[in-house]
Design a protein around this ligand. Structure first.
Ligand SMILES: O=C(O)CCC(=O)C(=O)O
Ligand SMILES: [Fe+2]
Length: 346
């Protein structure tokens, strides 16, 4: 599974030689390399709409499937409670994540993601599309202990066990949500669209994110606006605000953390499969002056040779051309936000 996603990224090397091993904790003023706006235009860039809130769905509610379907149509994102992931599994991954990001820069750089690689420490994959650096560090894990061994040659097991437990739990939850979502879309469990769900032949990756305190949060960007390439993403965030979703007509809407609640968002692949019936949520992360923020995302989707095509019922015209996951990853790696419009049929 890990090798397959690596294969898709190998053809799109990221030029990481200009990564700034910025020791965020020692910085007192915002460097120009990280300044996204002038001090006088910051209000426009970072304003948001607090009058709206993203639905919170209880997974054990008998109507959860319909509620999830409606949330996907309206928002492309929802919050999930009673999700069944043990608190201890989430706490462990949080502890290990904090341990990793608190290391000195030179330790973390031992596991720097190679240009054609898919895992390890480094900047966000979307970085090359933006002129400024983000106030963010990331680490991608896909089941292998190789990167952790570079950082902790003898003492990597705790970290890897925590990541693996989290990954296994997230996979089970993703499969459950996927069955509910496909059923909502009118696809039965034995059909072709469902075959990858529950098999080992899928893509599952953990993305650890860290947003250090920032001296000028109104001029810096934690994670720039993007949609996820996944089928769906499940995210745990620590108790610091920062994640926002873009809603047409309303602007940026915060998804502030709720204890014991995960955030689930629709990625490009499900947006295509739903023939654009489901929204794929554009999201970003803003930063904070006094509070650090961590998040742990699990990206879930079909294997790279799976053909993504819109599920169309009642002679509705497909809005996207069919293509493999690998082809879509390749288009996204070159076009980011423009990728979907390149595969539309009209
Ligand atoms: O940190 C967050 O809340 C969002 C992270 C995210 O969007 C991502 O890893 O793709
Ligand atoms: Fe994301």
């Amino acid at each position: 599974m890990a090798t397959t996603l690596s294969e898709a990224y190998r053809n799109h090397p990221l030029n990481l030689h200009h990564i700034i091993p910025l020791d965020f904790s020692s910085i007192r003023t915002l460097p120009d390399s990280h300044a996204w706006s002038q001090s006088n235009d910051s209000d426009n860039n970072f304003s948001y709409n607090e009058s709206l809130s993203i639905p919170i769905i209880d997974l054990i509610d008998p109507h959860a499937m319909e509620q999830i379907g409606f949330a996907c149509e309206k928002w492309g994102v929802f919050q999930l409670k009673n999700h069944g992931i043990p608190l201890s599994v989430i706490e462990e991954v949080e502890v290990e994540s904090k341990k990793l990001f608190s290391l000195p820069a030179e330790e973390k750089l031992k596991a720097l993601r190679s240009p054609g690689g898919a895992t390890g420490y480094g900047r966000a994959r979307i970085s090359p599309f933006f002129p400024k650096f983000m106030w963010h560090e990331g680490f991608t894990f896909m089941g292998s202990s190789d990167d952790a061994k570079k950082i902790w040659p003898k003492d990597y097991e705790r970290f890897c066990d925590a990541m693996e437990n989290y990954q296994n739990q997230m996979k089970v939850l993703s499969e459950k949500l996927t069955h509910m979502i496909l059923t909502f879309l009118g696809i039965n469990n034995s059909s072709q669209e469902n075959k990858w769900v529950g098999s080992t032949n899928h893509i599952g990756a953990i993305q650890l994110n860290f947003y250090p305190c920032c001296p000028e949060p109104n001029r810096a960007m934690g994670l720039a606006p993007h949609t996820d390439t996944s089928f769906l993403t499940i995210l745990h965030q620590t108790l610091t605000n920062g994640l926002q979703i873009f809603k047409d007509g309303s602007g940026w809407v915060p998804i502030n953390p709720n204890p014991n609640t995960l955030v689930v968002n629709i990625g490009d692949i499900l947006h295509i499969m739903s023939n654009a019936r489901f929204h794929c949520a554009l999201h970003r992360v803003v930063v904070n002056k006094t509070k650090q923020r961590y998040s742990m995302a699990y990206f879930y989707g079909p294997p790279i040779d799976y053909v993504i095509s819109p599920i169309v019922i009642n002679c509705v015209v497909p809005r996207f051309h069919a293509l493999t996951v690998k082809e879509y990853i390749s288009i996204k790696a070159k076009n980011l936000g423009g990728a979907l419009s390149l595969i539309t049929t009209t």
